[in-house]
Design a protein around this ligand. Structure first.
Ligand SMILES: [Cu+2]
Ligand SMILES: [Zn+2]
Length: 184
């Protein structure tokens, strides 16, 4: 795979209403007591326009991903960590497939699943905004090692919903937004 992890900004991800209950309350972005992020990603669409950001913080129960997007078609969208921290190429092809260090198949409903990079669908509201908070079921150390492996990691949002089963990407369609995680 390729290498390269851009070195300066950050922000990635999206989100929608609460998809997963988070054990520990996490302060909203910008709040005075918001924990310092472990990673951030700036998210852009295929035309390069800014579409929001993502960040990962260390909650008391483990890492938590927060995604805020705009300009996204209302409805559900698949979202994953992709294997390469590179949003280049047509349709973000350089990001590769799902982050999958354990050689599994796609999806939590797949008996041979799931990829480490599989995440819950996010939902954009009628205004095209996603505000999602996702508790990640792994330790901060394991997540950090997976995200910041030799070729980095990207957050990718798709045109349609992920069915949590169809290999390799849940049938979620075209990649519509992407951001590269930067360590904080
Ligand atoms: Cu994806
Ligand atoms: Zn997957």
């Amino acid at each position: 795979m390729m290498s390269v992890r851009p070195a300066a900004m950050a922000a990635v991800l999206l989100a929608s209403a609460a998809l997963v209950a988070v054990a520990a309350p996490v302060a909203p972005a910008g709040a005075a007591e918001a924990p310092a992020p472990l990673a951030t990603a700036a998210i852009a669409d295929v035309g390069g326009a800014a579409r929001g950001s993502a960040r990962i913080v260390a909650g008391t129960g483990g890492p938590v991903l927060m995604v805020d997007l705009n300009g996204v078609a209302p409805g559900m969208h698949g979202m994953h960590f992709h294997a390469v921290g590179d949003c280049g190429g047509a349709g973000f092809a350089a990001a590769g497939g799902h982050l999958n260090p354990n050689n599994r198949q796609h999806g939590s409903h797949n008996p041979r699943g799931s990829h480490l990079g599989d995440l819950p669908n996010v939902t954009a509201n009628d205004a095209g905004e996603v505000h999602a908070t996702v508790a990640l079921p792994m330790s901060v150390g394991k997540l950090r090692a997976a995200l910041f492996d030799a070729d980095g990691t990207a957050l990718v949002v798709h045109a349609g919903p992920d069915d949590y089963m169809t290999d390799p990407a849940g049938g979620s369609g075209a990649r519509i937004a992407c951001g590269v995680f930067m360590a904080r």
